[in-house]
Design a binder for this molecule. Structure first.
Ligand code: ADP
Length: 743
């Protein structure tokens, strides 16, 4: 009877350990080495208990022996698994680890000797089937092996206790020691005692099952201390500053993190009494939204902040809703900053518009009187026979040119600053670029008694494509500076070039002077806007400190660059580099022989005469009319002047004019409106005549604007006599244009 009870107990333990292994197998996540070791230990334990239960239930000694022989497979496998687990947890390494694991594997040798039929005696007792070993190699080796394993485990655990820093590892080692102790005690009863002739009692079998369950306990404890999503999510939840609200499936708030309690200014308990609508101002039930993830904006009624809510549905393993997670992002500050930025941007845009308006006005207002000064002065220069008057007029001319250059610089600078400056690429003649530059700068160098050399390679391509106006402006600026800041010696411009890809060249233009030079410490201030360096030396020389700043920015726009080398007191070299497309690669040949002998202050001769050419000039400013009339006097053209757009329309109905010079800004009817009306009137005699905008409005993009409005061409004030003649000659019927006696 008692053997039956023992068998039942062993069966029960076999089932318990078997189920434990199934639990680990069915556990979530990827299996680790330790999981496999626990699974194997529990299976072996179950196997061991099962066959020992069978053994004690037998009446036939032969079958009982067979049961023990099969059960012993589980015993050895169990001992090996336990040794692996303990060595793994103890952190033993190197030779000690190898020795212990190696010793446990000796089971392969011990097992066949231990299960020999010859050395064991199976018989019925009062407790049922039992056995004894005859003292021999097999039973002795097995006892030694068991004692050896126990010693190994105790050593490994002592090592672990000694070296563990953390308390949780010490607790683990205690549990394992306990397990080993139980197994050691049990093995005295059925392994050691039968060797000395005592009847076996399945002590180690019972003990190992308990040991296996203790091991599982230790394993659960070990897992708790590992970083896994389930272990750590609690810490994450509470440590995140963003408010997180957890609602159950009945939409009741059940958990809040610290972030949420701080945000809602309530204790977690108070928070959990709230409904979602007590917290947020919502139009609809956000838990009924479609999809598993939603994002909505809502105002928090408790603290008035504007929030973005991330709503996530959580499901159980049957895919039924378990609850909802709401993560609250407080957007108040961000929205306020955005509003502020928008406001700032609006203000900046308004200021920019005001600046542009101011520039347009300034350009217009200053250019109109300069036009009068320069125009009248040009007439004086042309017509005066008195040397002294001519001399005074030349001074007026120089001063007004400087004033105009200054206005142009300020306008250019503002254009660049507001991003309105654009690079317009067109084909241009390299020859005319350099000859014009030479001619213009020569006037300045000659005045100061400086030499001027242009060294242009003969193989430089004839026609290039780029923004000629801006390139001229850059080079003119550097050449003017070179002549401005040089008192003796002179200026040399040297061009070098190289191919950089198909139909593209890189030009390097170096302007060298023998002037005052620049101090080392001033080099990096050169390109700052309004920065003039070495003030005490240059203050007598005209300048604003804008030129080089404009040059640098223009070159940046053209993807080029500028470098400076200078020796204080000896001179400077400014080198600009930029790329241009090649339109005609034919070499320009020798260039400078033709240029250079520009006669200064030549007596004025009109470029053409056209006594039958009829021109109508429309401008509300009487002085401007006088200027234009005076400038064109020697061409012999018939010039009619009117002051209002309305007068222009009336005159053109009665008379045909070949060209109309039409001012833009006029009171009552401006130039654009006048042109529109003129073109719209079928009966107007000047419907097909060239209408040229004549305007002081000279900021960027104006030319395109006038052409778009229907003007034939555009002249900006102040009008230069030469430019005016050139443009009129272009639009007059060819048969009316005659050469002059002098030309
Ligand atoms: P500015 O209108 O004063 O000439 P720039 O921007 O063209 O303005 O030049 C800035 C400063 O750089 C000048 O004031 C001058 O001190 C210095 N500088 C420019 N070019 C030269 C040069 N070739 N030699 C000596 N100093 C120069």
């Amino acid at each position: 009877m008692s053997s039956v009870i023992l068998s039942y107990i062993l069966f029960a333990l076999a089932i318990a350990t078997g189920l434990t292994s199934v639990r680990v197998i069915a556990g979530n996540g990827k299996k680790r080495k330790i999981d496999y070791a626990i699974i194997s230990t529990c299976i072996c334990s179950s196997w061991w208990s099962f066959f020992w239960a069978m053994l004690f239930a037998q009446t036939d000694p032969e079958i009982a022996w067979l049961m023990r022989a099969i059960g012993m497979l589980g015993v050895f496998a169990f001992l090996i698994s336990v040794t692996y687990i303990v060595v793994f947890w103890s952190g033993l390494e190197g030779i000690r680890k190898k020795c212990i694991l190696g010793f446990s594997l000796l089971a392969i040798l011990v097992y066949p000797l231990n299960v020999q039929r010859a050395g064991s005696k199976f018989y019925m007792t009062d407790f049922g089937m039992s056995y004894e070993f005859e003292s021999g190699l097999g039973s002795n080796l097995y006892s030694i092996y068991c004692i050896g394993i126990i010693i190994c485990l105790v050593l490994a655990l002592m090592y672990m206790r000694k070296n563990s820093v953390r308390r949780r590892e010490r607790v683990l080692s205690m549990e394992l020691l306990l397990c080993t102790g139980v197994v050691a005690f049990g093995s005295v009863l059925d392994t050691i005692m039968p060797t000395f002739g005592f009847t076996a009692f399945p002590g180690s079998t019972l003990a190992q099952s308990i040991g296996a369950l203790v091991l599982f306990e230790a394993y659960t404890y070990y897992n708790k201390s590992q970083i896994t999503l389930s272990n750590i999510s609690k810490f994450i939840y509470y440590s995140v500053d963003e408010p997180i609200l957890l609602f159950d499936e009945k939409e009741k708030l059940c958990i809040v993190n610290n972030g949420a309690a701080v945000f809602l200014e309530k204790t977690p308990e108070e928070c959990c009494k709230l409904e979602i609508n007590d917290i947020f101002d919502l139009n609809s039930n956000i838990f009924r939204l479609k999809g598993d993830k939603n994002q909505i904006e809502a105002r928090c009624v408790l603290n008035q902040s504007i929030c973005s809510l991330s709503i996530d549905k959580i499901y159980d393993e049957f895919h039924e809703i378990m609850g909802y997670i709401i993560i609250v992002h407080d957007m108040t500050e961000r929205i306020q900053t955005m509003h502020q930025l928008e406001e700032e941007k609006m203000k900046a845009d308004q200021a920019n518009q005001a600046k542009s308006r101011f520039l347009a006005n300034m350009s217009h207002e200053i250019r109109t009187p300069i036009n009068a000064v320069m125009g009248m002065n040009e007439i004086v220069l042309r017509e005066s026979e008195e040397a002294e008057t001519v001399e005074y007029a030349r001074h007026i001319q120089d001063a007004s040119k400087t004033l105009l250059a200054l206005i142009n610089d300020i306008l250019d600078f503002s254009k660049i600053e507001s991003g309105m400056m654009e690079v317009v690429e067109e084909a241009y003649s390299v020859r005319s670029l350099f000859t014009n530059l030479y001619t213009e700068i020569q006037i300045k160098t000659e005045d100061k008694g400086l030499y001027l050399n242009f060294e242009i390679p003969e193989d430089l391509p004839t026609i290039l494509c780029g923004d000629e106006v801006r390139i001229r402006q850059v080079l003119m600026n550097i050449l003017s500076n070179a002549s401005k800041y040089t008192q003796k010696g002179g200026v040399t411009l040297t061009v070098t070039w190289k191919n950089v890809g198909e139909k593209q060249i890189e030009l390097q233009v170096a302007v060298e002077d023998t002037g005052i030079g620049i101090k080392e410490e001033n080099m990096d201030k050169l390109f700052g806007a309004f920065d003039r360096v070495d003030e005490e030396r240059v203050h007598t020389i005209e300048g604003t400190g804008l030129g080089l700043s404009i040059v640098q920015r223009l070159l940046e726009l053209m993807h080029g660059g500028i470098t400076v080398e200078s020796e204080y007191g000896k001179g400077s070299v400014f080198t600009v580099t930029f790329r241009q497309k090649v339109i005609n690669p034919a070499p320009i040949g020798i260039l400078m022989e033709k240029a250079g002998n520009q006669k200064k202050h030549e007596k004025y001769v009109p470029s053409f005469r056209a006594p039958e050419g009829k021109v109508l000039v429309v401008d509300d400013n009487k002085v401007n009319l006088t200027v234009i009339k005076g400038l064109l006097r020697k061409t012999g053209m018939q010039i009619t002047c009117v002051e209002r757009g309305q007068d222009c329309l009336e005159m053109t109905k009665k008379e045909h004019y070949h060209i109309i010079l039409l001012d833009h800004m006029m009171p009552e009817m401006d130039g654009i409106e006048t042109l529109e009306k003129l073109k719209a009137d079928e009966s107007n005699l000047c419907k097909d005549s060239a209408v040229i905008a004549l305007t002081a409005n000279a900021i960027a993009g104006m030319r395109d604007m006038y052409l778009e409005k229907g003007f034939t061409d555009y002249i900006s004030k102040p009008v230069e006599g030469v430019v005016l003649e050139k443009i009129l000659k272009q639009y007059l019927p060819e048969e009316l244009v005659k050469g002059t006696e002098e030309s």
